[in-house]
Design a protein around this ligand. Structure first.
Ligand code: MCA
Ligand code: AMP
Length: 575
């Protein structure tokens, strides 16, 4: 019965997208569902449909950190079971306005189960991080008006948050969760039109105000996933070693949703641990060992440190590691922050792999990539993905900019005079670009030009036929360990403590973290030690955003406009 239903699903029961902005390639997915793209061939809307694909059913979809394997069939049954429970609780919105379901799960089968079941009910999924303090969680819940689902382990953490925000909380015992009817998943994927419907909200930091909820539709997600699976040839034969957090694009869309969407496997570590990651990369289990790794630059820096500590002294181990990785790994990628060229070079020396660096953003998915085949230029992020259009501009305001160059996957048109450099602000357009910031039309409008281009805030250079990222325009955006952090947001949280009179938060260049979060403070009364400060800060600030170096001054130096010059002030840490 299931197979029959799936047969009809795969022959293209899904409706053809009609929305403006839906690209040629997405249309292709719907008109030719048997083989949508050369490499993947199986991605279709909604992205959970492949979980129910007959030919994947006996394949391992997911391996957790304890080494337990789960097939696509098991994942599908669990997701159908939870979707039925959610529907019984009134989370059912197919055909109506999407509800929001925020969830906090462990890095095991509970995570993909909850994500897929949320999508099966037609709701928007909001993954939460257990590392976030209650105040942040309360803000995410209140600003999205979502329901809340969690694994038993987070019950105590979330009870208070649910109460204080008046949020309905469903605690799930995943071990006891009953299998559901898989034909329900098939039916939903087949009959309900997900085109243009909200799929995910991911929170990201801007220069001002509170974090913004980036709403990605199922169409956005389909386009993002198809672009990357195509460009990097991710197929059902791959196994991803998953070491990244699940509340951001990199760990969620790239390392988890993309493999699931093409019938590949994700092997999730409990957290990034360089020694454990090395053990997995060098595993002798040929059937289940990973062949793809995605990481932020800090991941590779820490892998190199671990290599130097544990293996570098033994020439036999050094040779074995290089040979094993050359043979067994297909692809190793870096993104989310600038990859220092010495790191790329050292990692290549160790592994025989040149890291494939790419560039993207939560709001736009991936924009630029070095080639899978062909030369990966150190220090460059390559060319646009298939459906992405780019502009390099000299920008005065949202409705006034000078075009310097524009690119798509076919090529680049340069408009500056010969000999002049193409350096400017990067703008992006295309079907991967998000729909809106949740409940914040003002902020959405501000981030687009009047003619509909998303303003990334990154400065780029086009040279020697490819793009380079030169940095962020604003000093108030910090990238640390691949996390994007708003200095102003951290300052606002810190100023809510009576102990702190004034504070300036900045990013200090750092060899491990890219940038390290640091703060100059003036205290109300007694100065706190770094340890005391961290203890206080963690009640309102995510652990990875807490300043790790402090300088205390009687008061912050300000210019005649009352502003702190952070470019100058950060130099205080050099002494
Ligand atoms: C942790 N520590 C830090 C930081 N994070 N110190 C300075 N800066 C930081 N950012 C401190 C901790 O407090 C702790 O100190 C010690 O370092 C070890 O912390 P731990 O959490 O164990 O670190 P880790 O597990 O080794 O983490 C390294 C990491 C992690 C795996 C690189 O930072 C990470 O997962 N980053 C990925 C972020 C990400 O996914 N970004 C993608 C955003 P103590 O020992 O004193 O307590 S999406 C995006 O950017 C776009 C779309 C894109 O292009 O991908
Ligand atoms: P996020 O908001 O967390 O999605 O972070 C997106 C930002 O990360 C971009 O706007 C860039 O500033 C930065 N970023 C991502 N990939 C790269 C890269 N390869 N090189 C430099 N910066 C990057």
């Amino acid at each position: 019965m299931v197979t029959m239903l799936l047969g009809s699903l795969c022959r293209g029961g899904l409706r053809r997208p009609v929305e403006a902005g839906c690209n040629r390639r997405a249309l292709l997915l719907f008109t030719n569902t048997t083989r949508a793209r050369s490499t993947t061939g199986t991605i279709r809307l909604p992205l959970f449909a492949p979980v129910f694909e007959p030919r994947f059913q006996e394949k391992v979809a997911f391996t957790d950190h304890q080494g337990h394997h789960f097939t696509f069939a098991q994942l599908g049954r669990k997701a159908a079971g939870l979707a039925a429970e959610l529907e019984a609780k009134g989370v059912k919105c197919r055909g109506g306005d999407e509800q929001r379901v925020a969830f906090m799960c462990e890095r095991d089968l509970s995570f993909p189960t909850t994500l897929i079941s949320t999508w099966m009910t037609g709701s928007i999924a909001i993954p939460l991080s257990s590392s976030h303090p209650d105040t942040m969680l309360e803000y995410f819940l209140k600003s999205t008006g979502s329901k809340l689902v969690c694994s038993e382990i987070y019950k105590d953490k979330l009870n208070g948050v649910a109460k204080s925000t008046g949020t309905e909380l469903l605690v799930v015992n995943f071990d006891k969760l009953k299998d559901g009817d898989v034909s329900f998943g098939v039916k939903v994927a087949k009959e309900y039109n997900y085109e243009g419907k909200g799929g995910l909200i991911l929170f990201t930091s801007g220069t001002t105000g509170q974090p913004k909820g980036v709403l990605l539709t199922h169409s956005n997600l389909l386009d993002q996933v198809t672009n990357i699976c195509d460009a990097w040839e991710i197929t059902e034969k791959d196994t991803m070693l998953h070491v990244l957090p699940l509340h951001h694009t990199h760990g969620l869309i790239h390392a988890l949703i993309s493999p699931l969407a093409v019938g590949a496997r994700s092997h999730m570590l409990q957290k990034f641990d360089p020694a454990k990651a090395w053990a997995e990369l060098l595993s002798t289990d040929n059937e289940l060992r990973p062949n793809v790794l995605m990481g932020v630059p800090t991941v590779y820096i820490k892998l190199i440190e671990e290599f130097d500590k544990s293996f570098a002294k033994s020439p036999t181990k050094v040779a074995f590691i290089k040979e094993t990785l050359k043979q067994k790994m297909r692809l190793i990628l870096s993104g989310s922050a600038s990859l220092p060229v010495p790191v790329l070079e050292r990692f290549e020396q160790i592994s025989g792999h040149r890291l494939l660096e790419r560039y993207g953003m939560t709001e736009i998915g991936m924009a630029l990539t070095n080639p899978l085949h062909g030369e990966r230029k150190p220090g460059f992020v390559g060319k646009p993905f298939e459906t992405v259009k780019l502009r390099v501009v000299d920008m005065t305001s949202r409705d006034n900019y000078k075009l310097l160059a524009e690119s798509d996957s076919h090529g680049t048109r340069i408009l500056v005079d010969k000999g002049e450099k193409v350096i400017g602000d990067l703008l992006v357009k295309g079907p991967s670009v998000f729909k809106e910031y949740w409940g914040n039309p003002e902020a959405t409008k501000k981030e687009f030009t009047n003619d509909g281009w998303f303003i990334t805030g990154d400065t780029v250079e086009f040279t020697e036929g490819a793009y380079k990222i030169l940095g962020r325009k604003s000093v108030d955006i910090i990238k640390s360990g691949g996390y994007k952090l708003s200095a102003l947001e951290i300052e606002t949280q810190l100023l809510s403590f009576p102990e702190i009179k004034e504070v300036a938060v900045m990013g200090l260049p750092d060899p491990t973290w890219g940038q390290r979060v640091v703060a100059v403070l003036a205290w109300n009364g007694k100065e706190l030690s770094l340890a005391e400060f961290k203890e206080l800060a963690k009640t309102r600030v995510a652990p990875y955003a807490i300043p790790t170096l402090l300088k205390s001054l009687p008061e912050l130096p300000r210019n005649h406009l009352g502003k702190v010059n952070k470019k100058e002030l950060v130099k205080i840490f050099a002494t």
